[in-house]
Ligand binder design. Structure first.
Ligand SMILES: *Cc1c(COP(=O)(O)O)cnc(C)c1O
Length: 389
């Protein structure tokens, strides 16, 4: 009997148990432990930032960076329609509204369309950008590194400077990727914008169970964001608070797991790339199948592998292939429902969405755990090939 091959599960083959045991044995389990500081320091070293601020998850990291960016109720924020919904939900936490953008052929947000939207749909009054239709301020952009690929940050920076837009890099999926061309060459995921947000959710490339991190080089913002994540406490004895804070700091237990996982990150990136290359070698010469690959500016962590299934040539469509593989105990998954079609956001402004629809129907993510064996890899490849009609 064939065993079940999951889409993505974490791997704990390093010092995880040792460090977590140490946290328990020393009775430092909550937010004031040495692993939290250590994990922050090591992440900052890894990505090459001055600061990093741990959070309970990636969503909390995005929430805090939006607050720190001065985005508030009534503001609009440009976001991709192709992303996990957390990128969008944080806007509503602060009363802001999304403006949805299309993707390019690598699934990342189309910066040319962002520029076109600004030129055609907005007015620049010399101080701020106003959406002509809603009359609201367009205050920020949250580009997302979908499945490890970078959008065009260089082009975005020229736009954001001109129109005073804040930029927050949602790097939840791209830790371990780095830039290989242009102005940001050799820079790592998380520092391609003034603020970057990471996630260590269970299915991300490294995990703390649940956790996140804010990346920045801004001294003042860093200390204020740490203050916000720790209940905005101004006096540790009398518990005086001058702002509304959050209980968002990562715990020592989570960070202990994180320190051990970070030791494996480079190995995991190479393993992901190895698995992707095997899939690509065996499957992309089959009629009707192709992969979304790393773009010209990214050395990708290949967090997820997106197979594009064209029914006309492959004989069956994406959903039929998913069901076929499910029968063979192979778990795969389509890309997220486009966010401008999700119920809470269906009435929001969506600008010239075209490519996103094309990919929404066709993408299937194949098993991508770093502990996927060569046998299992072969089984997935064989099963996909045998599904062709
Ligand atoms: C996972 C993810 C998040 C949210 O991170 P959590 O740690 O699950 O809160 C945000 N954005 C994107 C693109 C993600 O993939």
């Amino acid at each position: 009997m064939d065993s079940f091959i999951p889409l993505s599960v974490p791997s704990f083959q390093g010092n995880e148990l040792k460090y977590v045991s140490n946290a328990v044995e020393t009775e430092w389990v909550s937010t004031a432990g040495s692993y939290v500081n250590d994990f922050e320091k090591k992440i900052a070293e890894y990505v090459g930032s001055k600061h990093s601020i741990s959070t309970v998850n990636g969503t909390a990291a995005l929430h805090i960076t939006l607050l720190e960016s001065g985005i508030s109720s009534g503001d609009e924020v440009i976001v991709p329609t192709v992303t996990f919904i957390a990128t969008i939900n944080v806007l509503r936490y602060i009363g802001a509204e999304p403006v949805f953008m299309d993707c390019t052929d690598d699934l990342t947000v189309d910066i040319k369309k962002v520029e076109k939207f600004i030129l055609n749909e907005c007015i620049w009054d010399g101080e701020k950008l106003i959406n002509k239709t809603s009359k609201n301020r367009v205050a920020a952009v949250i580009p997302v590194d979908i499945y490890g690929n970078f959008p065009d940050y260089e082009h975005l920076e020229s736009i954001s400077e001109k129109y005073k837009l804040k930029v927050i890099q949602d790097a939840a999926e791209s830790l371990g990727s780095h830039c290989i061309s242009g102005k940001y060459k050799n820079k790592k995921a998380g520092i391609l914008a003034p603020f970057g947000c990471l996630s260590f959710n269970g299915n991300k490339i490294i995990t703390t169970g649940g956790g996140g991190m804010i990346i920045t080089n801004d001294d003042q913002a860093a200390s204020h964001m740490k203050y916000l994540t720790t209940q905005a406490k101004d006096d540790p004895v009398y518990y005086k608070h001058n702002e509304v804070g959050f209980n968002y700091r990562m715990t020592n237990l989570q960070a202990a797991l994180g320190v051990a996982q970070l030791e494996k990150l480079d190995e995991y990136v190479e393993k992901k790339r190895y698995i992707f290359n095997r899939y690509n070698e065996k499957l992309s010469n089959i009629k009707g199948l192709s992969f979304i690959k790393e773009n010209e500016r990214t050395y990708s962590n290949y967090w997820f592998f997106s197979l594009v299934v064209n029914k006309e040539n492959f004989g069956i469509d994406r959903d039929q292939l998913m069901a076929y593989l499910q029968d063979k105990k192979i778990q795969t998954r389509p890309i997220w429902v486009l966010n401008h079609k999700q119920k809470p956001y269906k009435n929001c402004f969506a600008y010239e969405i075209e490519k996103a629809y094309y990919y929404y129907d066709k993408i299937l993510s194949l098993p991508c755990s770093v502990n996927l064996s060569d046998d299992d890899l072969g089984r997935v490849i064989g099963a996909v090939i045998s599904a062709k009609k």
